[in-house]
Write a protein that binds this ligand. Structure first.
Ligand SMILES: O=C(O)/C=C/C(=O)CC(=O)CC(=O)O
Ligand SMILES: [Ca+2]
Ligand SMILES: [Mg+2]
Length: 402
């Protein structure tokens, strides 16, 4: 029971308590807030009267809060939960609530390094069939290590940021020479992103069991991908400009503790992995919906991923590479076994050969003006409810002309 009543249709309940960075019309100072129902609680204002250490909440990013570590994260979360539950909390909280519609949200974290994985067997199999027809869909290493690539931290943008169609080199197999121009195969990738709070020491790997000591929370992530640029450039070093122009994340970072009830085992891993990747293999029963121009085109089950986030983190640091506060790592495109569970248009339209119908309009890849929204939810909320991850959106604007 809580004195706080969640308005019907609010983006969050009273349980998620995700953190974000916001400003208001009366103060342009970026500061930390927590989303509750359809309100934003200004923690920079409330911290003092609530007995919270105020400094980390009067910051333009969540990084200082994230760097404090799991004990401090749990303490802040428990205090917030108590304030929202106990009647005595009402007078402390209420003066600092703002309607969510009245605040401007910003990039919640200062992104340190950005890495993206390739952890869905269904996605990797589909992409292998499309990009490398005739060969084995999965590369020989796929079931031995979580494949990833280093992305571009500086082009991670918050939800709502327009995405400019990239120009680049593209060469279709039937063309003699490459040309430079706007991508004709602009795509999405529905993913979860994990945000590192506590860094690690260079030379010292982070074990599979140390995930919760380092990872602060999760966001929704759209790894925009220009498939024509990617297909031409990626051999042999992997994605470069085809994915570096923009990566969108949700504005609210859901603390891992909010997802505890949604934890689930992942599918069996065969053949057995090397020791440093072995341990409890759990993921989250999160579903990520893909909406394009208001139409639901896919519902992607994170529970069907092959590698767990803890295994990805262990692999990422297994060579001694260190973590920093603000590191972001993507799950890889989330695709399930069914056609309507695929997390990219590349797969949903089978490389453009099977267009989708959105209302009366056909789509293979994204057109200028299209708006993509990813929404995430998991079972496990109280009373049979759901845990929500908010949303990440972006609209395509035309490529610059030279
Ligand atoms: O298999 C390939 O050559 C390319 C794969 C991708 O584009 C996927 C990627 O970025 C990783 C992922 O999101 O799963
Ligand atoms: Ca990706
Ligand atoms: Mg990207």
């Amino acid at each position: 029971m809580s004195w706080f009543e969640v308005a019907p249709g609010a983006p969050f309940g009273a349980e998620e308590l995700p953190y974000g960075i916001f400003t208001t019309p009366d103060s342009e100072v970026r500061r930390v807030g927590v989303a509750i129902g359809d309100q934003v609680l200004d923690l920079s204002e409330m911290a003092h009267s609530a007995g919270l250490e105020g400094e980390v909440f009067q910051q333009p990013t969540l990084n200082p809060l994230m760097s404090l570590g799991p004990e401090a994260w749990a303490e802040a979360r428990h205090l917030l939960q108590a304030l929202l539950t106990e009647e005595s909390g009402r007078e402390i909280v209420e003066p600092h609530l703002r309607p969510a519609g009245s605040v401007q949200l910003h990039l919640p974290i200062e992104v340190a390094d950005y890495v993206d994985f390739y952890a869905s067997e269904y996605h990797a199999t589909n992409v292998g069939r499309i990009f490398r027809p005739g060969g084995a869909p999965l590369t020989p290493n796929w079931k031995h290590l979580p494949i990833g690539y280093h992305g571009r931290a500086g082009t991670v943008v918050p939800t709502g940021t327009p995405v400019v169609r990239p120009n680049g080199q593209r060469k279709a197999p039937d063309q003699e020479e490459p040309t430079f121009g706007p991508s004709r195969r602009l795509d999405i990738e529905a993913e979860l992103g994990f945000v590192v709070g506590v860094g690690s020491t260079q030379g010292v790997p982070v074990g599979v069991d140390a995930f919760a000591e380092h990872v602060f929370g999760a966001v929704l992530l759209n790894d925009w991908s220009a498939r024509d640029l990617q297909a031409w450039e990626y051999v042999p070093l992997g994605p470069f400009l085809g994915k570096s122009f923009a990566t969108s994340i949700s504005a609210w970072v859901l603390p891992l503790a909010a997802l505890d009830a949604a934890r689930c085992p992942l599918p069996p891993q065969e053949p057995q992995l090397l020791d440093y990747l072995r341990g409890e293999v759990s993921g989250y029963a999160i579903e990520v919906e893909v909406w394009i121009n208001g139409y639901l085109v896919s519902t992607c089950p994170y529970a069907s991923m092959y590698y767990s986030p803890a295994q990805m983190l262990a692999h990422l640091t297994s060579n001694g590479a260190s973590l920093r506060t603000g590191d972001l790592f993507g799950s890889g495109t989330i695709s399930g076994p069914a056609a309507e569970q695929r997390g990219s248009l590349l797969e949903l339209t089978w490389n453009g050969s099977e267009p989708l119908l959105l209302g009366g309009e056909e789509r293979t890849f994204l057109a200028d003006g299209d708006e993509v929204v990813l929404r995430g939810r998991a079972p496990g909320g109280p009373n049979g409810g759901v845990i929500r991850l908010g949303e990440v959106s972006g609209r395509i604007t035309p490529a610059p002309t030279s």
